[in-house]
Design a protein around this ligand. Sequence first.
Ligand code: OOG
Ligand code: MG
Length: 261
Amino acid sequence: MAIDHAYWAAYLLAGIDERREVQAITKQVDDLSIDDAYAIQAALLELQLGRGDTLAGAKLGLTSAAKQEQMGVSEPVYGWVPAASVLDSGQPVQLGELIHPRCEPEFVFVLAEALSGPGVTANDVLDATDKIVGGIEIIDSRYEAFSFTLPDVIADNTSAARVIIGSAGVAPREVDLTTLGCVFEIDGDVTGTATGAALLGDPAECVAMLANHLGKHGQELAAGWIVMAGAATDARPLTAGTVATARYSHLGTVTVTAQGT
Ligand code: OOG
Ligand code: MG
């Protein structure tokens, strides 16, 4: 039977708006294909843009072994970064707006030029990049127990919820991105360390994959957008009062505090 993309998009949006878990779509629909999952994701974005939000960028997820093992899904996923999800530096994450948020460190590309697949290479990504900055993403799967299969997480815009972007950055060829380091801390305890190479060998390669994925749908990465390459360490729960800190080599330190309950 044909999948009703608009129905499932509204189902997920209700979970976001009402801050409640919903049952995974694959528990209710047999054989949800990857194409259907991206079509639900597109319909969800359309609903959000229809309410006045705009796009600030795009993201990859599940590009590191750490994340793939944590979530039990072994393929990268692509999603969108709505402008309303971008927090200002120093702005706390409001737990009352979210379901069961987790935080994770991100290498973030700020694009100077658009990138349109097919055929985009890591070199093209570096040519089109203004700078690379550090960030912390707040993910908040809308699914029960933060548990999902590949098509579920795609439909749910790859759990995107909030993001904080650092201000210090490097020019694309100023440093070797594969050796850029990140130490992630929760309340002062180190929970993970990684380098850029943890992201499928090269973060720029990840961004190229995203541009080529979008090219298949007649879409592109726009100039000025932020693009998250995916978390290099596993994600950690964000609970009342949590202070998450990502210390990057060359990219400074990004911190976020969780407020409320
Ligand atoms: C999916 C989102 C993954 C990343 O950086 O790996 C992601 C999830 O883990 O809920 O954003
Ligand atoms: Mg992420």
